[in-house]
Write a protein that binds this ligand. Sequence first.
Ligand code: THU
Length: 138
Amino acid sequence: MDKKELIRRALKAKKNAYVPYSGFHVGAAILTEDNEVYDGCNIEIASYSPTICAERTAIFKAVSEGHLKVKAIAIVGDANHTYPCGVCRQVIREFGKDATVIIANSEEDYREYDLDELLPHSFGPEDLKSADKEEKNV
Ligand code: THU
């Protein structure tokens, strides 16, 4: 699975964006550690807050199918290079601490980052595990 293929899948998913309120379409595709691809789009809800971003749709689809490790994620949106929101950065962090994040306009026009560049000094599952339980008196 190459980067261009992941971007193609994100572009395809973007077509399904359900965005009656913002009109802003986003698609995402993730590559899991076992080389499966899951894609997703943003889905908006009339009461707004249940709205979900494309990145989280794709990741939650993978996790609910038992694929818990994200190696790479491609994101495409209506903005010129659509970057993931803060909430999605944290969700990527949960399942892909070392993930490559591809911010694409097209198969030819994309930028690549390590998740750590987009969410430096992050908090994650390891921090909870390393907490000193005795000190916390539990
Ligand atoms: N959106 C995403 O799908 N991903 C992002 O990272 C940024 C924002 C969606 C949410 C909402 O449906 C629309 O874009 C406008 O915010």
